[in-house]
Design a protein around this ligand. Structure first.
Ligand code: PEP
Ligand code: MN
Length: 370
């Protein structure tokens, strides 16, 4: 059960103290306080855990400071969608809204290789009206002898160039909790020219200590990729780890499942789960066509499997697309086979636009008939 309190509660307020005292005396019931500092006000929610089945909603709603009561199912308490749950399915970061109702494109380098390529990419993004990028600095590689990413060394020029070209948010994978501090330091050192969405990759979906570390901070939102070999429920619980630690600004990323049954694609594309995640949770849903399809093979009409997968995710309501682009794909140090050329960006965006428009028409059609 969640008690949503009236906005801007002062924790020293006598009525708030009375409420906590009442909760302290409920047998077998524990609570966690979640405070969210928004642009307009501070929201306080109390998550009641334990033996809550005997609590009457009306009694709880009558307690001091309580504005609303939401009875949650056991799964995904914070991020889940529950009956009569009017909590928002969006968050704001760097002046951009991330929501289940809109779409952002995060195009860019799978792995940062040099400042020239970063600059060419950022410039192309700006020329195409984009405000978000993907830039890999810490790369989890299968082979220990493969390029591991430039790590903290590249952060200052990546952030400065992002600022120069008006890029507001960079999706950047972290593989260790110390990377959060490195990113924070580099942003401070460069004067915060941009923002970062911390990406937790498919190899770390169930790295619970990393999830807790990313969840304990509220400065950066998190893009959590689905685990490639676990159930959707397990991956959604991983997202809930972030929220249960205090960070509910989470985007959930679909990136395909590892199985040979998906051949000839790199992974078995799972974008039919876009509506499932939107139904079960309030998280915006990201699709990563690059890492799921993994090739640029084309159909007889010349449309790539990657473009098809992108369109399939977007027409199903995806809210974010994470996609690999490179100024010279043949020279990319990581995942060269799946990177689109920067010259293909305008075409890619037009194609995404067609799918998004079709999605909006589908929603309008549904509304007409319901
Ligand atoms: C990536 O986006 O660079 C990446 C490694 O993705 P995933 O964790 O989905 O493999
Ligand atoms: Mn990659």
């Amino acid at each position: 059960m969640i008690l949503i309190l009236t906005p801007d509660i002062d924790t020293a307020d006598k009525r708030y103290q009375e409420l906590l005292e009442h909760l302290d005396n409920l047998p077998g019931v524990f609570y966690r306080v979640h405070r969210e500092v928004g642009q307009e006000n501070v929201l306080t929610e109390l998550y009641l855990i334990g033996d809550t089945s005997s609590l009457e909603e009306a009694d709880m709603a009558a307690l001091p400071c309580v504005e609303r009561v939401v009875r949650v199912s056991r799964a995904y308490r914070v991020l889940g969608r529950h009956r009569d749950d009017l909590r928002p399915s969006h968050f704001d970061y760097q002046g951009l809204r991330f929501s289940q109702d809109n779409l952002h494109i995060f195009a860019g380098l799978c792995a940062v290789d040099n400042p020239q390529h970063v600059e060419l990419t950022m410039r192309a993004l700006q020329e195409n009206g984009l405000q978000c990028a993907r830039m890999g600095a810490y790369k989890p590689r299968t082979n220990p002898y493969s390029f591991q990413g430039h790590g903290r060394e590249c952060l200052p020029y990546v952030f400065e160039l992002a600022g120069k070209y008006g890029i507001k948010v960079i999706a950047m994978e972290i593989t260790h909790d110390t990377h959060i501090e490195e990113i924070r330091e580099a942003l401070a050192q460069t004067g915060h020219p941009t923002g970062v969405m911390l990406q937790i990759g498919t190899r770390n979906t169930q790295n619970f200590e990393l999830l807790k570390a990313a969840g304990r901070q509220q400065e950066f939102p998190v893009l959590l990729k689905r685990g490639f070999g676990i159930t959707l429920d397990e991956s959604l619980n991983a997202a809930e780890y972030l929220a249960s630690e205090g960070n509910r600004n989470v985007v959930f990323g679909l990136r395909g499942m590892k199985t040979n049954l998906g051949d000839p694609h790199r992974n078995f594309v799972d974008f039919t789960h876009v509506p499932v995640v939107r139904r079960l949770t309030r998280m915006p849903v990201c699709i990563d066509p690059s890492h799921s399809v993994g090739t640029l093979q084309r159909d007889p009409d010349g449309i790539s499997d990657l473009a098809h997968a992108t369109a399939q995710g977007v027409i199903a309501g995806a809210n974010m697309v994470l996609v690999d682009f490179h100024p010279e794909p043949s020279k990319a140090l990581v995942d060269a086979a799946q990177a689109l050329r920067l010259e293909e960006l305008p075409h890619f965006l037009k194609d995404v636009g067609i799918a998004r428009e079709a999605w909006e028409k589908r929603v309008a059609l549904m509304r007409e008939h319901s």
